[in-house]
Design a protein around this ligand. Structure first.
Ligand code: G1P
Length: 290
């Protein structure tokens, strides 16, 4: 049973300046929900109950978003907008949330280590909220099933073009099922020549708590940061590492273009706006000669 997840949200959000001067990056909306909402909803759908956000200063709004806002809910109720009020209450019921402060941005591995005391000695999930994966069956749920079956750590992967390889974690392994790989190696942000494959780590991890001891010891790696990939690599033999090549639709909302694509994709899933958006895109593309 996996009950807990870590969601690192600390950082300056440099790619989204100037908005991130005042708003945490993961609170920027993808269509009409903050980006972090999608990771939390996926976790909740897979039965995860407790979320630990790893935050930097001035990011209280991330946790607050998942709390009740009684004043707002009452105001909506009294105006007869009960459906909206219920929608707001449902967000607060998704999961229990808490935060730990990461005072220095020393890397993803360091961020995960900050949440150690909140996780304790049980297997847990990590979500990178810049990676949104839409699937009816939650990706992390399939990874939990894989973990339950094999006891191994599990990471989500997808095939990426050569141009993306130097910016991601890349894995080496053998297929052992329709969507599963048994891994024998992994490397963070390799040059194209050093990359063992085009299978890249995407921000979902299912990890055993032994990773924390490894993270205490791991030295800074790629781009001078304490890398989660380097710690997972040290667990390759025991208890082993598997990859889940997920079938869902993935968007990297860590860049403005990716965020826009995800918003359009989300709009196309909505009956009430699909037609309007499609029409507008057709006309605009024709007019712009694109
Ligand atoms: C992190 C991980 C990397 C992974 C990527 C996915 O990198 O270190 O292995 O491929 O997320 O989004 P970052 O994007 O923080 O540089």
């Amino acid at each position: 049973m996996v009950r807990k997840a870590i969601i690192p949200v600390a950082g300056f959000g440099t790619r989204f300046l100037p908005v991130t001067k005042a708003i945490p990056k993961n609170m920027i909306p993808v269509l009409d929900h903050p980006a972090v909402h999608y990771a939390v909803a996926e976790a909740a759908q897979a039965g995860i109950r407790d979320i630990v956000f790893v935050v930097s200063k001035n990011q209280e709004s991330v946790e607050r978003y998942f709390h009740n806002n009684a004043e707002l809910e009452d105001a909506l109720d009294s105006r007869g907008n009960v459906a909206k009020a219920d929608e707001m209450r449902a967000i607060a019921k998704l999961v229990n949330v808490s935060s730990v402060l990461q005072e220095q941005q020393l890397g993803l591995g360091h961020a995960v280590l900050m949440a150690r005391d909140k996780i304790g000695a049980e297997p847990f999930a990590v979500f990178l909220p810049d990676d949104i994966i839409w699937d009816d069956h939650p990706t992390i749920g399939a990874m939990i099933e894989q973990h339950n079956e094999h006891g191994a750590n599990v990471i989500a992967v997808k095939e990426v073009p050569d141009s993306a390889v130097p910016f991601l974690g890349i894995v080496d392994g053998q297929p052992v099922g329709e969507h599963e790989y048994a891994l024998s190696g992994m490397v963070e942000k390799p040059s194209l020549e050093d990359a063992p494959s085009n299978l890249a780590i995407i921000g979902r991890y299912l990890l055993s708590p032994e990773i924390f001891d490894v993270l205490e010891r791991v030295e800074p790696g790629a781009i001078g940061e304490i890398q989660l990939t380097d710690a997972i690599k040290m667990m390759m033999v025991d208890p082993g590492v598997r990859a889940y090549r997920f079938p869902g639709s993935h968007f990297d909302v860590g860049t403005p273009a990716g965020l826009l694509k995800a918003s359009i994709y989300a709009a196309l899933q909505r009956d009430e706006m699909k037609e309007e958006i499609v029409e507008w895109m057709k006309v605009t593309i024709a007019e712009q000669g694109a």
